[in-house]
Design a protein around this ligand. Structure first.
Ligand code: SF4
Ligand code: MG
Length: 304
C-alpha cells in the first residue's frame, strides 16, 4: 500500500478551479497494469472525485487506495490529465519550460542540453515539434494544448495516467485524434489508464473494463464487450440508448429520462429509483448491493 504524490501535483492544481467535490461511497475497482478502466456517469456522479482520490489530490475520508509496485519496484507514479488543459498550463511560461519542469524537479535529466533534447522528444511523441517549445500555451488550439499537457504528464515517466474527461472540451474530430494518440501512447509506453467520461461512446474503444457510476456509487462494472452486449443495470441501458449512432445521428445525446436528483441528497434505497421504469416499492427503501454475476460483471440492482 502506498500513496501517490508527485512533488509538482500541488502546482498542477493550483490554477484548477475548485469545484465542490461530490461524495462517493463504497467505490471499489481495480485497474490491471497496462489496461484501461473507465468510469462513466452523468455530472455529479462522483467520477471526478474518484480521480482526485486516486491521484492523492484529496485524501479519502475512509478506505484505502492500493497500488502494486511500479516496474522498478519503486512506488508507482501517477499523473493526471484534466478536461481543460488551459487551466493547468501556466500561461506565462513557454511550452518548453512547462514540459521541462517535471524533468528538473524530479532530476530526470542533468544538463540543460539533456533537458532540451528530452523536451523535444516529448513534443514529438505527442505529435508536436521541437520548435513549438518556444511558444506560449495561448498560441495553440485546444487539441494542441491537450497534447502539451499530455507531454508534460509523460515527462515524469508515469506508469499510470488518470484522465478526467480529457477530450470533452474538444470538437468531435479533434477528440478522435487525442483518443488515438492516447491509445498509441498506451501501447508504446505500456501505460495504465483510469479514464473518466460522461460518454460511453468515447470510452468504448479505450477501455478494457467500464464502471458506471450513479450518485456516488458504482452501479455496474463489466468488461467493455459485456457491458455493451449485455448491459444489466437499467441506468447503463439508459446511457447506452442515448449514444448517438450512424443510423440516428440526430439522436439527443442527453440522458432525458427524468431529472438527476441532487448528489447532496441521493434518494434512499436504490438511488436510481426516481428514474427507473422497473422500480418497485422495495427499490425505494432497500439499497441493492453491487453483486458479482457469472460473466464477471458486477451489478447493483434487485432485478438484474
Ligand atoms: Fe431500478 Fe430497482 Fe434496479 Fe434500482 S434496484 S435499478 S430502482 S429495478
Ligand atoms: Mg467532472
Amino acid at each position: 500500500s502506498f500513496d501517490v504524490s508527485p512533488p509538482f501535483l500541488n502546482r498542477l492544481i493550483y490554477r484548477q478551479k475548485r469545484k465542490s467535490l461530490h461524495a462517493v461511497n463504497d467505490v471499489t475497482f481495480s485497474v490491471p497494469r497496462g489496461g484501461c478502466l473507465s468510469l462513466v456517469g452523468e455530472s455529479g456522479c462522483g467520477k471526478s472525485t474518484v480521480a482526485r482520490l486516486v491521484t492523492g489530490i484529496y485524501p479519502p475520508s475512509s478506505g484505502e487506495i492500493r497500488f502494486a509496485p511500479g516496474k522498478s519496484g519503486a512506488p508507482l507514479s501517477a499523473q493526471m490529465i484534466f478536461q481543460d488543459p488551459y487551466a493547468s498550463l501556466n500561461p506565462r511560461w513557454r511550452v518548453k519550460n512547462i514540459i521541462a519542469e517535471p524533468l528538473r524537479e524530479l532530476k530526470l535529466r542533468e544538463t540543460p542540453a539533456e533537458v532540451e533534447s528530452r523536451v523535444a522528444e516529448l513534443l514529438e511523441i505527442v505529435g508536436l515539434n521541437a520548435a513549438d517549445g518556444d511558444k506560449f500555451p495561448h498560441e495553440f488550439s485546444g487539441g494542441q494544448r491537450q497534447r502539451i499537457s499530455i507531454a508534460r504528464a509523460l515527462a515524469s515517466e508515469p506508469e499510470f495516467l488518470v484522465c478526467d474527461e480529457p477530450t470533452s472540451a474538444l470538437d468531435v474530430s479533434v477528440q478522435a485524434q487525442i483518443l488515438n494518440l492516447m491509445r498509441r501512447l498506451q501501447d508504446e509506453l505500456g501505460l495504465t489508464y483510469l479514464f473518466i467520461s460522461h460518454d460511453l461512446s468515447v470510452v468504448r474503444h479505450m477501455s478494457d473494463r467500464i464502471a458506471v457510476m450513479y450518485l456516488g456509487r458504482i452501479v455496474e462494472e463489466a468488461d467493455t464487450e459485456t457491458l455493451f452486449a449485455d448491459p444489466k443495470h437499467p441506468y447503463t441501458r439508459l446511457l447506452l440508448q442515448t449514444i448517438p449512432n450512424i443510423e440516428h445521428p440526430q439522436r439527443d445525446r442527453e440522458v432525458t429520462a427524468g431529472e438527476v436528483p441532487s448528489p447532496l441528497a441521493p434518494p434512499p434505497g436504490c438511488a436510481f429509483h426516481t428514474r427507473c421504469q422497473l422500480a418497485t416499492e422495495r427499490c425505494k427503501s432497500d439499497r441493492p448491493e453491487l453483486l458479482a454475476k457469472a460473466d464477471g460483471a458486477r451489478v447493483a440492482c434487485h432485478f438484474a
